[in-house]
Design a protein around this ligand. Sequence first.
Ligand code: DHB
Ligand code: MG
Length: 220
Amino acid sequence: VDAYTLSHLHPTERANSQALQDTLTASTQAGLPSHALSPAQGKFIALHCRTMRVTHVLEVGTLGGYSAIWMASMNPQLTVTTVECNKTHAEIARANIERAGLADRIEVIEGFGVDVLVRLRGEVQAGSRPHFGFVFIDADKANNWRYFQLSMDMIISNSVICVDNVVRNGQLVDWSDSNPSVLGSREVVEKAGREPRVDSVLVQTVGEKGYDGWLWAVIS
Ligand code: DHB
Ligand code: MG
């Protein structure tokens, strides 16, 4: 279904298609895990940014830069600040972003997510960095809630924080499963539900990346 629909809705002649395909090819060749978004998911968040006229995105978990390239390539006014703790991933991402011609609008910050977000929060609160209009959390799942909390302090009112990979092929509700990624996914669902500033929903997804889902949270 992804292949059929994308062949009509985002055919390979589109301006950003080659850059996106090159990004996946280079990421695979470099041995990165195949955890990038599907093309349909990448386009969805890019369209969300267009709809909301987002100008500054925060992403936690760059991997090869695929999602950042989707958002920036479809939105000429958009800048992405993306955080990656793995040195190799950050290097591959920078090369992919450079090849895509987006190095002036995608900033890859190498470091541990919590440390970097604490620093970014200081800059936002000091007024030296703008608030973000969309946050995409797609990093180590055990820290989902910490990233979410820090992001709440840096987001424009009535904007979205999206947390990737919360359903995990249904492991979310397999109560015998207590691996740290599953626990981090449950934690963000349960704590988002109790947080007064958050109005959110879990959207299950199926497609070429299998069965998963994301938490879609509007922060007031
Ligand atoms: C995993 C991480 C991801 O970001 C993803 O999209 C899929 C799987 C993982 O760690 O298992
Ligand atoms: Mg992911």
